[in-house]
Design a protein around this ligand. Structure first.
Ligand SMILES: [Zn+2]
Ligand SMILES: [Zn+2]
Length: 175
């Protein structure tokens, strides 16, 4: 009986340690768990946080992340539609604060394996891009027929909302 109790206690503490070290391994989890000084935070509430991209690809380039670890846009399902709608709204609020006209806004997610950081982040851009090479990292390719998005490594936020809302998932291929 005693050994059983000991084993349970040990495995619980191991699980706790793993959870902590898992958080520490993710660069973006650190933004809201003790290393926020390393980030240029521009917006925050209980559930989301936005900071400037360290290597801006456009006039203003922010990254908006949820304060829970989600690997990527590929992991989102229909039940996440409202979360993405909230992210779109927050992204627009941030761009409002920087007086960015509607025609100069672009927001979206990189689709794995084309994401550099494996923590869901919405790219919030005020155009123009700083170079053609940078612009090509964020292509918005329209869908055709029943798809909302064509073949691309970037899912624009509106496309993402429509795809999730109809119960599909986001990928590189038309969806
Ligand atoms: Zn994370
Ligand atoms: Zn990205």
């Amino acid at each position: 009986m005693f050994s059983g109790t000991t084993r349970t206690a040990r495995s619980e503490s191991d699980a706790a340690k793993q959870a902590v070290s898992g958080t520490n391994r993710c660069e973006f989890c650190q933004a809201y768990s003790g290393h926020r000084d390393a980030f240029s935070v521009v917006w925050e509430d209980a559930d989301f946080m936005a900071f400037r991209d360290r290597s801006p690809a456009s006039l203003h380039h922010f990254l908006l992340i949820p304060k829970i670890h989600i690997d990527s846009v590929k992991d989102l399902t229909k039940q996440d539609t409202d979360m993405v709608r909230r992210m779109e709204k927050i992204g627009n609020d941030i761009l409002d604060q920087h007086q960015v006209p509607a025609t100069h806004r672009r927001m979206g997610f990189h689709v794995p394996p084309f994401n550099s950081i494996h923590h869901l982040h919405l790219h919030v851009h005020a155009l123009p891009y700083t170079s053609l090479a940078r612009r090509l990292k964020y292509p918005v390719i329209g869908g055709f027929g029943t798809s909302d998005k064509g073949f691309s490594w970037f899912a624009e936020v509106g496309q993402t909302i429509r795809i999730l809302h109809r119960g599909s998932t986001v990928g590189t291929f038309p969806c």
